[in-house]
Ligand binder design. Structure first.
Ligand code: ATP
Ligand code: LTN
Length: 339
């Protein structure tokens, strides 16, 4: 039997190179694996956990669907849909809320990080991982490919599944997080000690968005933060390193490595004779642009056919309902709701 894979991404801004490397690029690979049955979701209900402009959110959702297709996701091979189009997610989250101790949510580090940035902390932000557990569990998911930042949320989904199974009998599959061995945490170009994130991508020089034009990409990479090694008389050594002082260089090397599919040794070899960080930055910019340009071109074509995008979203939602609705009925019955 095929292994079910489920993952999601928020339409909170145009996706950046971190989302691409840590998530979407891996999804395209999974799609070609005959042993996997893949479901990829645009999680617009999750985006609502921080304030959004309604018109912008709606546009971003369509834009992200077009971007899914532009990077190579194929609605005939994978199930691609929008979370709010399938009511199982909101309903399922409520049911799971009623078996999830609040203490589990208080431990979530992403909630702590995100809530510091909010003027008013919304209940949805605390409850976000329960909605994510509903996304995963109601699809009988085996594997959840995500970046490092989401590992704790997948662990929570596992705990919720086990708790439900204990109280109501064997129901949910206990899912596994699948974290990439490298590139699972691309850092901000302006500050290599914090994760590149969509919600900070309005900050100049923080992120490279997949739809940025080549000039902006080049500028952001050339200005990215590295250590002061570039100011010395000797050319700095360009190597992978866990040293916090070298986090900026390490981040650029990681982006280069993933996008060229080279080994760490081969990458270090490429820069063995570099005269300074400028050479590294130029090479990284070139590689990033060669990956993003074709995506940007396909995206601008796809986004112009709105009716087709809407048709594909509907098709995806129907496929998603067919999988998740029977599990929802089962859970409601087990919890004592009359059907
Ligand atoms: P937001 O700032 O709105 O929370 P985000 O940039 O963190 O957005 P998400 O939509 O939350 O992005 O995440 C989508 C996917 O991308 C997830 O699998 C997540 O783990 C992965 N991801 C997010 N940021 C990075 C990053 N900097 N490096 C690698 N993977 C990432
Ligand atoms: N919370 C995740 C997105 C997400 C997700 C999911 C990922 C929502 N539901 C289910 C995997 C499986 C994020 O922000 N990265």
């Amino acid at each position: 039997m095929k292994r079910r894979v489920f993952s999601g991404i928020q339409p909170s801004d145009v996706i950046h190179i971190g989302n691409y490397i840590g998530a979407v690029r891996r999804w395209v690979e999974l799609q070609e694996n005959p042993e996997k049955d893949n479901i990829f979701c645009i999680v617009d209900l999750h985006a609502l956990t921080v304030p959004q402009d309604p018109l912008v959110l709606r546009d971003r959702t369509l834009e992200l669907m077009a971007l899914f297709l532009a990077v190579g996701l194929d609605p005939m091979k994978s199930t691609l849909f929008v979370q709010s189009h399938v009511t199982v997610h909101a309903e399922g989250a409520w049911l799971l809320n009623c078996i999830t101790p609040i203490g589990w949510l208080n431990k979530m580090t992403q909630f702590k990080d995100k809530s510091i940035k909010q003027e008013t902390i919304l209940t949805g932000l605390l409850d976000y991982p329960v909605l994510m557990a509903a996304d995963i569990l109601f699809y009988d998911t085996h594997e959840v490919p995500v970046g490092e930042d989401q590992k704790q949320h997948v662990e929570l989904a596992r705990n919720i599944a086990e708790r439900f199974n204990y109280h109501y009998g064997e129901t949910f599959i206990v899912p596994e997080p699948m974290i990439g061995s490298y590139g699972a945490r691309i850092m901000g170009l302006d500050d290599p000690t914090s994760k590149m994130s969509k919600s900070s991508s309005h900050i100049k020089g923080h992120a490279i968005r997949l739809l940025d034009d080549p000039k902006d990409i080049e500028r952001a990479i050339m200005r990215s933060k590295t250590d002061s090694g570039s100011m010395t008389d000797h050319a700095p050594e360009i190597r992978f390193s866990k040293d916090i002082e070298k986090a900026g260089v390490n981040n650029l090397l990681t982006i280069y490595q993933v996008l060229t599919s080279k080994s760490q040794e081969a990458v270090e070899q490429d820069f063995a004779n570099a005269r300074g960080y400028g050479d590294l930055k130029k090479a990284v910019a070139e590689v990033v642009i060669s990956v993003t340009e074709p995506i940007r071109a396909r995206h601008s074509e796809i986004i112009s056919d709105r009716a087709e995008l809407e048709r594909l979203m509907k098709l995806g939602a129907e496929k998603a309902r067919a999988i998740s609705e029977p599990r929802l009925r089962d859970v409601k019955h087990k919890m004592g709701l009359s059907l």
